[in-house]
Write a protein that binds this ligand. Structure first.
Ligand SMILES: [Zn+2]
Length: 292
């Protein structure tokens, strides 16, 4: 990413679940590929990683999908590449990306909710990322929403992710006779737009579960601009409307009436842009400057 916030080059590798050591090798491969190109004046490496991240220490505390626990990723990358490294939770990075480059006309406060395989949020207050005392503010995917619900990948039951994520809706398909052949969100999207009633109900119900939690956030923080991003936004306006309706019913009318719920336009690019922006912002103050 250059200083204008334009992505210059991307490189993708598929990830197979659950082998932490292989996952770190993949990270090296990605950075090696990007660095061996013509870039001479690299200013640093910004990383958006899933899971619980200690940004200050540069440590991935826990990333279930990648099997990373207490991994000092920033230190490893700094040693290997001799560049400054900043690591953020991917949803927090996405929020910064949307805030800086998403044209949301926010006056400093913004909530960005990433609904993909999992669910996470990033919260900006007065133009700064709010990380909370432990660094994990916005980790809404594992808030309990249904007592004794489905088993979540975090090991607990009934988390928001088990009801509203891309993973959750695909799991629901597996339990339905006649729909168990549906294994990807693309296939689900086709059925959704072909007005398959069962599929529609599952997607809209997922939206409503999400909306109730968002209502709680809006009712707590009174932040008027909320951006939805991630894989589930493929279900478009009907899904957004289900989220909005449930949100409206979950907090004081006056507080949510004025809340604008938008679908972000940057997609996965928001995470890349936000990871880069956070590095520039913190190490070089090259982006939006805020007084303390
Ligand atoms: Zn969970």
């Amino acid at each position: 990413v250059d200083l204008r916030g334009e992505i210059q080059k991307t490189f993708e590798v598929p990830i197979k679940n659950g082998d932490g050591r292989k996952a770190i090798q993949l990270v090296y491969r990605i950075v090696d590929q990007l660095i061996k190109e013509e870039w001479k004046s690299l200013m640093g490496i910004g990383v958006g990683a899933p899971g619980l991240i200690d940004t200050r220490a540069g440590v991935v505390v826990n990333a279930v999908n990648l099997d990373w626990q207490d991994l000092p990723l920033a230190h490893l990358l700094e040693e290997r590449y001799q560049l400054p490294v900043r690591i953020l939770n991917d949803s927090q990075a996405t929020a910064i990306g949307e805030f800086v480059y998403g044209e949301h006309d926010s006056d400093g406060n913004l909530i960005v909710i990433n609904i993909s395989h999992g669910i996470g949020a990033g919260i900006l207050i007065n133009g700064r990322l709010f990380q909370g005392d432990g660094g994990s503010a916005g980790e809404i995917g594992h808030i309990l929403v249904r007592e004794n619900g489905q088993l979540c990948r975090c090991g607990r039951k009934g988390c928001l992710e088990t009801l509203a994520s891309g993973w959750a809706v695909l799991q629901s398909m597996q339990r339905l006779p006649g729909l168990s052949e549906v294994t990807t969100l693309e296939e689900l999207q086709t059925k959704f737009y072909a007005d398959d009633p069962l599929v529609k109900e599952i997607i809209l119900e997922a939206g409503r579960s999400l909306g109730t939690t968002i209502g709680g956030l809006a009712g707590t923080l009174n932040i008027k601009k909320i951006v939805l991003t991630g894989d589930m936004t493929r279900f478009g306006e009907p899904w957004r409307e289900a989220v909005r309706e449930a949100m409206s019913g979950a907090a004081l009318g006056r507080m949510v009436q004025e809340t604008q719920l938008e679908i972000g336009k940057l997609g996965y690019r928001a995470c890349i842009l936000g990871s880069a922006a956070y590095l520039l912002l913190n190490d070089y103050s090259l982006l939006f400057q805020q007084e303390n």
